[in-house]
Design a protein around this ligand. Structure first.
Ligand SMILES: Nc1ncnc2c1ncn2[C@@H]1O[C@H](COP(=O)(O)OP(=O)(O)OP(=O)(O)O)[C@@H](O)[C@H]1O
Ligand SMILES: [Mg+2]
Length: 272
């Protein structure tokens, strides 16, 4: 892959797009065919800036995970455009998307998704292994990440020997160990009781404030969503409302023609 796709044109995106990190424009996702067709996303325009903490809410089946999977380069849209740091993700190959994921994104899921017969430490080391980091260095970084999430002393425990809240903290350590630009969390507290949920949310808030990691988190719980500074509600495959710091955020997402032209020229520079 070329260098610019590995390293999106951050300077351009930051100065000209108001720290714009993610730009979705007219994103649709259609599953199936004929009678079985499902219009999971019906045209999403969304801009998320560097450093935001965004909660995504909405009824079951409203398209939240579908949209997050597209933002996370785990899936591609049926139509529309997605720019990540000024790079047109739709023009990247599968391998380039995998690299973008590995270098810029961290994931946390409701079910933790840890390897079961593997220690907490080895679970956290995994993404560093994929990045080709030396065993000694990745051990050190994984130990530090586990300490940050409050699991010092539990490094050798396997997931089965940890509580749900602790397992989710291992998953968070694994997501942040490679210092992602964005943490994508799909119902990270969905399996946890209230006390553990608040602990996880405090941890996410800290990463957002102190390490400036952009967080996009799906949740069904209003009190979890309130940790975020922006709440986007989905309904039937579309954005129903978008509130930032208590104020309706309805002008930010539509990309103007001038901006689109700018994005296009930027994309020409960074991909070609
Ligand atoms: N692989 C798939 N094949 C067919 N339809 C799908 C697929 N994945 C999702 N859908 C459909 O797309 C719609 C949106 O699903 P999605 O998983 O994004 O919803 P969600 O908002 O995350 O819901 P939940 O809160 O239950 O997790 C649903 O109608 C769902 O049935
Ligand atoms: Mg979902």
């Amino acid at each position: 892959m070329n260098k610019s796709a590995q390293q999106p044109d951050t300077e351009q995106a930051d100065t000209e797009q108001g720290n714009s990190l993610i730009e979705l424009s007219g994103i649709t996702r259609v599953y199936g065919k004929g009678d079985a067709t499902v219009y999971a996303l019906r045209g999403i325009d969304l801009r998320i800036n560097d450093g935001e903490f965004v909660a995504v809410m909405g009824a079951s089946g409203s398209g939240k995970s579908t949209c997050m999977n597209i933002m996370g380069c785990l899936d591609t849209s049926s139509s529309g455009s997605y720019f990540f740091k000024g790079v047109d993700v739709g023009k990247l190959s599968r391998n380039q998307r995998a690299l973008l994921r590995r270098n810029y994104l961290g994931f946390v899921f409701q079910g933790y998704n840890l390897l079961h017969r593997t220690s907490a430490l080895e679970n956290v080391e995994l993404p560093l292994m994929y990045r080709g980091i030396s065993p000694a260095k990745r051990r050190l970084q994984a130990m530090q990440a586990l300490e940050i999430v409050g699991l010092k002393g539990r490094e050798s425990h396997s997931p089965g020997e940890l509580s749900g809240g602790q397992q989710q903290r291992v998953a968070i350590a694994r997501a942040i160990v490679s210092e992602p630009a964005v943490l994508l969390a799909d119902e990270p507290t969905g399996n946890l009781d209230s006390e553990y949920s608040h602990e996880i949310m405090q941890l996410l808030t800290r990463f957002n404030r102190e390490q400036k990691i952009t967080i996009i988190m799906i949740t069904h719980e209003q009190d979890m969503a309130e940790y975020a500074d922006r709440i986007i509600k989905f309904a039937d495959g579309a954005v129903e409302s978008d509130i930032k710091n208590g104020v309706l955020n309805n002008t930010n997402n539509q990309i103007t023609d001038i901006e689109r032209e700018d994005i296009n020229s930027k994309q020409q520079r960074s991909i070609s």
